[in-house]
Design a protein around this ligand. Sequence first.
Ligand code: ATP
Length: 204
Amino acid sequence: LPLLVGVTGGIGSGKSTVCAMLAGMGCELFEADQIAKELQLEDPQVIRGIEELFGREVYSRDGSGKLQIDRKAIASVVFADPEKLIALNRLIHPKVREAFVREVKRCAREGKRILCKEAAILFEAGADRDLDRIIVVAANDGLRLNRAVKRGLDREEARKRMQAQWPQERLIERAHYVIFNDGTLEELRLQVEQVYRSLLTVAE
Ligand code: ATP
């Protein structure tokens, strides 16, 4: 089996950047949040479940007939109604997990040694139990907010999401590796290289 590595961190911390660097160094990548989004547009069971929870009107078709989902509408419902969030997660998480298991098997077949799973929510969902090593990416709150805004998120929205996430100290307590992304991308790369070298020795 490949070494299974979780990469997590708060909004704007730099998880995706770290994962892109790890992929460039030779790790396989499983982007859990991306897979979850795809399932909401492609998996008939998930689509039906979402329609039941949030109403059929959250789905529409674009000009070319492609299915679209109103993520903002869903976000505002689940923000106000934690029960709906739990139901939504119960619908999607098992499917993401299935996709991950398939990916683990593919890596095993193809002799890939390290599989990195990027997820904004890892501990909350208990998904860390399946992983051999956890990398937490951290940065100070101001920097994270600015990065999220630079990426197109509204500042208030970014602040709200940050407040809804686990505080970084709580993530760091549970990490095998902590990458502090408070500096330049070059400084980040040096840290990622160090972690990668360590992962290689663990994967031996
Ligand atoms: P989210 O949880 O919002 O998806 P994330 O943790 O995956 O975010 P990234 O997408 O990797 O974070 O980074 C957010 C933005 O900040 C990106 O535009 C990225 O290029 C930029 N960024 C990340 N780290 C640095 C850095 N050290 N220096 C400059 N820009 C950075």
